[in-house]
Design a protein around this ligand. Structure first.
Ligand SMILES: Nc1ncnc2c1ncn2[C@@H]1O[C@H](COP(=O)(O)OP(=O)(O)OP(=O)(O)O)[C@@H](O)[C@H]1O
Length: 307
């Protein structure tokens, strides 16, 4: 089941040097109840993508559906499904206290007064902001302000969370707490799409990682592969006379990337796979148990963002 469906989405901005395509023909489905991360260098189009999903930037070409609601045609209804926190933009009132910020946003979002107070307490607790509830937002540290911004997003209990760099400015402990909280929310069925530059954190919590470069998806590491990561794999670089021979092998998984063609097999199945390859006159050029780190993949795929 998909919470977000994007079909051939393109966004072109006007700039001094002429039109600039920030998102280029992106087709993507985001699964419900999963954490999906968008990774890419500065200016690769991540924020633009998020802004289009939550109705803050127009969609030039293509369609976006949020919980099957067309963002172009029914923007208000679609946006209602979403809680969006954009990088660097903290929609908080600096001269209201933490509590009053939450109360104000709650009333603005028509949360009934009877439930609002309880909900505010829950969220303050969740984000470790209880002690700061009487503090003016202006006097909070940057990380605390980030938490408050997130608290406001969570207040209306949206089905889908779009979080642009949610851990930016948070200390290690707060980042980890936040990620743990997001994981729990996903387990409870929330769909979370986030962007981050912190590869290690993303690797820890995401079910799926999508790499973006120049407004295009260049790599999509699906959750299936990630779930299997706990198994020990052997990675094989093969010289195959005929691709056909490998297609029916259950335990030999093909992994296609921009610059490499690699196969992997669970360690337990290696002997039978090697025997089969030998029988089929397939040469093993390289065999390793080392999987590339996400950082290596990222650097290899994204490379110089200007190329
Ligand atoms: N309103 C705008 N007008 C013109 N160009 C824009 C506008 N917003 C973004 N861009 C350009 O579109 C490209 C993609 O920007 P975007 O903010 O989506 O990237 P990003 O991947 O989120 O980057 P970062 O990691 O730095 O946040 C950039 O080249 C940016 O300069």
């Amino acid at each position: 089941m998909y919470s977000i469906k994007m079909n051939h989405v393109t966004k072109t901005y006007k700039s001094k040097n002429g039109p600039f395509t920030a998102v280029n023909d992106v087709t993507l489905q985001i699964e419900k109840g999963k954490i999906t991360a968008l990774l890419g260098p500065n200016g690769s189009g991540k924020t633009t993508l998020i802004k289009m999903i939550c109705g803050l930037a127009s969609i030039d070409q293509g369609t976006i559906f949020v919980n099957d609601i067309d963002v172009k045609k029914k923007r208000k209804k679609a946006v209602h499904q979403i809680g969006c926190m954009l990088e660097g933009e903290r929609n908080i009132y600096y001269y209201l206290t933490v509590f009053d910020n939450l109360k104000y946003f709650g009333l603005l979002n028509l949360i009934p007064k009877q439930t609002l107070h309880h909900r505010i307490q829950q969220i303050l607790k969740l984000l470790g902001l209880e002690e700061k509830k009487k503090e003016y937002a202006a006097n909070l540290s940057r990380g605390m302000q980030q938490k408050l911004a997130l608290a406001l997003v969570l207040l209306k209990d949206p089905d889908i969370l779009l979080l642009d760099e949610p851990t930016l400015g948070l200390d290690v402990q707060s980042s980890n707490d936040l990620l743990t909280m997001l994981r729990k929310m996903a387990l409870n069925g929330k769909t979370i799409l986030l962007t981050s530059h912190q590869l290690d954190l993303v690797e820890k919590i995401s079910d799926r990682i999508i790499f973006i470069k120049n407004g295009t998806i260049i790599e999509d590491l699906q959750s299936k592969e990630k779930e299997q990561d706990n198994q020990q794999y052997v990675y094989l670089d093969l010289n195959i006379p005929n691709q056909q021979v490998l297609q029916e092998l259950e335990h030999l998984i093909y992994m296609e990337r921009e610059n490499e063609r690699i196969w992997k097999t669970p360690l337990a199945h290696l002997p039978e796979i090697l025997q089969y390859l030998k029988d089929q006159q397939v040469t093993v050029k390289n065999l390793t148990t080392q999987r590339k780190s996400l950082e290596q993949i990222f650097l290899e795929l994204v490379g110089d963002s200007n190329d």
